[in-house]
Design a protein around this ligand. Structure first.
Ligand code: NAP
Length: 288
């Protein structure tokens, strides 16, 4: 039997409408959430991501500012802009689009962002808070995956969740969020032996590998929920996930297509984080 293929337009559209309403409620109290997005250099894919984030903000009623800096921008100039945005009361979230040019130290840039405005959840303080379960921003992609699971009614507690990938922005925080939802979590990576033996035990399988179509039918337990985080550009120019969709669709119970679900949900969590940062700044949301 063919899997239920998650409809991203419907799912994400409904969630963005909810967030828009919350933004309107906050605006009625005199607070308009604001996001500043900074991009350095000319990477075409990054410019597309920034445009999408800006458009999503506008549609949700969130004030959005985009700062486009030249490739040769010095780190000191970028840090000065971040300091200015940290002090700007109209800005509740700051996102510096990666990758940054090689002459800029990404770690120093991330740590320069005020902890309460770090809507990407990349600052070490927020990563630590996430680890110990304190309130704060959610890492956008992993939190988006949790939201997708909840919105399609997948019970997470007690399930065996297998995450493939252990990056700081997807795999590791994904494991922590699944643990927080009381899943039993296994994290696999490039040195994992017999990957298919492990992944085929998963009730929930999250692929965040960054290589096209690695996950085939033999990696998937019949009826499993398969969430594909990967975004890979094929030689044909088309996008592909880390999962071989056509091979897996008859084995999985629920599956996300690429593109269309995890990407848009990631941006939606960014909107939610910006809204929540504005609520905390206005004192209408409890902080730690
Ligand atoms: P990354 O930093 O390159 O990490 C990839 C992870 O996959 C690593 O932990 C690596 O293991 C593991 N891996 C690589 N090959 C493997 C294999 N054959 N078997 C098992 N594990 C393997 O990538 P990332 O930043 O986490 O991103 C992963 C994918 O998600 C990419 O396609 C990226 O474009 C996509 N992504 C999408 C969104 C979105 O919004 N939709 C957001 C973020 C990322 P080692 O640690 O051992 O090297």
């Amino acid at each position: 039997m063919s899997a239920h293929v998650i409809n991203g337009k419907e799912l994400v559209g409904a969630y963005r409408a909810e967030i828009k309403q919350q933004v309107e409620r906050l605006a009625a109290q005199g607070v308009k959430p604001g996001l500043a997005v900074v991009i350095v250099g000319d990477d075409p894919a990054s410019h597309v991501y920034v445009r999408n984030k800006n458009k999503a903000c506008e549609e949700a009623g969130i004030h959005s500012e985009v700062y486009k800096l030249a490739e040769e921008t010095q780190e000191s100039e970028l840090l000065a802009l971040i300091a200015k945005l940290n002090a700007d009361e109209a800005i509740h979230g700051i996102l510096v689009q990666s990758p940054l040019p090689g002459h800029i130290n990404e770690e120093r840039v991330v740590e320069a962002i005020a902890v309460e405005k770090d809507v990407d959840c990349f600052h070490p303080m927020n990563v630590g808070n996430l680890m110990i379960g304190k309130p704060g921003p959610s890492p956008c992609t992993p939190a988006g995956v949790i939201e997708i699971l909840k919105k399609v009614g997948v019970e997470i507690a007690g399930k065996h969740a297998v995450v493939i990938g252990r990056s700081n922005i997807v795999g590791k925080p994904m494991g922590i969020l699944l643990l927080r939802e009381n899943a039993t979590v296994t994290v696999c990576h490039s040195r994992t032996k017999d990957l298919a033996v492990i992944t085929s035990q998963a009730d929930i399988l999250v692929a965040a590998i960054g290589k096209p179509k690695v996950i085939k039918r033999e990696h998937v337990k019949p009826g499993a929920v398969v969430i594909d985080v990967g975004v890979n550009r094929l030689d044909t120019g088309k996008l592909s996930g880390d999962v071989d969709f056509d091979d897996v669709v008859d084995t999985a119970g629920i599956i996300t297509p690429v593109p269309g679900v995890v990407g848009p949900m990631t941006i939606t969590i960014l909107l939610r984080n910006t809204l929540e940062a504005a609520e905390r700044a206005a004192g209408v949301r409890a902080s730690s």
